[in-house]
Every structure is written in structure tokens, then in C-alpha cells.
Design a protein around this ligand. Sequence first.
Ligand code: PAF
Length: 294
Amino acid sequence: MQVITKAKELNQIIKKYKQEGKTIGLVPTMGALHKGHKSLIDAARRDCDIVVTSVFVNPTQFGEKEDFDKYPRVFDNDKEVCKSAGCDIIFHPAPSEMYPEYDDNRPLKDNLHVKSLSYIVKVPEKYTNRLCGKSRPGHFDGVCTIVSKLFHIVKPDKAYFGQKDIQQLIIIKNMCKNLNMDIDIQGCPIVREDSGLALSSRNSYLSEAQKQVASSIFKVLSNIELMFNEGKTDKEEVFSESLKLLADGIEIEYLEVCDVNTLDYCEKIIHNSFVAIAAKVGNVRLIDNVVLNR
Ligand code: PAF
């Protein structure tokens, strides 16, 4: 497994593989890799000749008050996870490699101004004025900017994203359609702890007791799915019944039902919709969802 830090070098390596007719799979990550990320690398390994995992904490998708400086950076562990999953190349650039205006010598938080100095992909408001976009202005512009940059550098045939970040997944799929990017976007199932808590790099901020509390989010979503499968579609009824399973100490930011392709809000819980939740346990913001198909 190679670790590459320079975009040009990776470009050359990929060019050679492409000339040999090899297919390329990309798994974009911000590191702090867990079993959820490993499942993405596993999927890429099954589908593609060459697997590239990027490990990069992307400044342009963080707000001023968010955790860019605290986000876990554990590259040695990430290397182990990638190696054990059979990844071929890790792309681990310095921030200044991805954003020329970034100063690697300045404290992390002092560099968030790169957002206003960089070329940024603008996601249409109809995708960002809801769910996580409401409380994280500019977040999806930052995500699409870095994902586009990675697509230009790696030129993957397929790219793998977790369904846990379902709004991100839908936005990226639509970006590819809209910007004529010929890349097959694969959404991979959410990986959970035994308790049902969806795996997330930010779970490392939670105490064991908080994790227990947070696992009730999955109980709520499972009950919503159960009621939907029993034929109940009225969201007021289904949500109020299911929320009885939410543990004390969780503050809900949103609980919404949206179309799985367009992100449009749905009046009722319907086939091909998803129910998404964002909630805070202490200071830790968690998201989860369930896709409903009947
Ligand atoms: O899902 C993530 O970890 C990030 O948003 C991504 C797609 C790697 C872009 O930085």
C-alpha cells in the first residue's frame, strides 16, 4: 500500500493504471476510520482493480463554530484500517496541497478563511435549505468542492459514500448528474454498533453512558420503519408514537421525511422516502436515517 501526499504524483500513478485498463474505486474520507469506512473500502475492493482511500479533514466544510480543530486526526490507525481492507493507495495531502491559500503553519482554526479564497462548488439552495444544511450553512458547498477536487485528481470509475450521510450522498449524486461527472456513486449501508448506534468518527466524543442514550435514536427509527411496514403513513402519528422510545437527554434538531432522490419534503411517509434525524447528546451532534421501501 502506497501513501501519496501530492496530487500531481497521484495523477501520474492513476494515469498509468488507466492506460493498463484498470478500474479505479475511490473512498473519500476525513480519517478516524471505523468499521463503517472499512465497509466502503471492502465494497471498492470487491468492485475495482485499484482502490484509493483519501484521508483529509476538509476545512471548507466546517463552520467557524464547528470542530475543525478538534476533529480526530489519527493517521497511523487509519493506515492500519486501510491496509487490513486491502486498499492500494492512501491519498493524504496537506491542507495547502488541496487549498493553495491554506497556511499549514498557522493554527487550524485560523485557516477557515480559505473558504472565501477558493473556487467553491455551489450547491443549489433546494438541496441545502433543509435537514443538515439548515444548521450548517456552506457545509455542502465545502463537501462538493473537496469531492470534485478528489474526482479530478483520482478520476475514479466508482466512488463510495456511506448512507448515514444521506443528504450528502443525494447531493453528490445530483452534482455528478448536473456537472456531467461520469462517476458511478455507490451508497453503502449504515454500519452500527450492537446497540444500534450508527458508527461515526464523532462517536469518539461520547462517553459510554452517552452512547447508551444515543442508541435510542435507532430505536425511534426502527419503530418508524416497523409502523411504515404495517401500513401507517401519517407522519404525525408515526413520529409521536416512535418518539416515546427516545431516551431523556437527547435534544432533537430535526426529524423529517424526504424523497430519496430529490430531497423534497414528503407530506406522508411513502415508498422511496427516508426519515432522517439530527439530535444532540451533550454537545455532540449525531445524525441517522432509515430508507423506507415497501
Ligand atoms: O463524509 C465525509 O467524511 C466527508 O464529508 C467527505 C465526503 C470525505 C468529504 O470531505
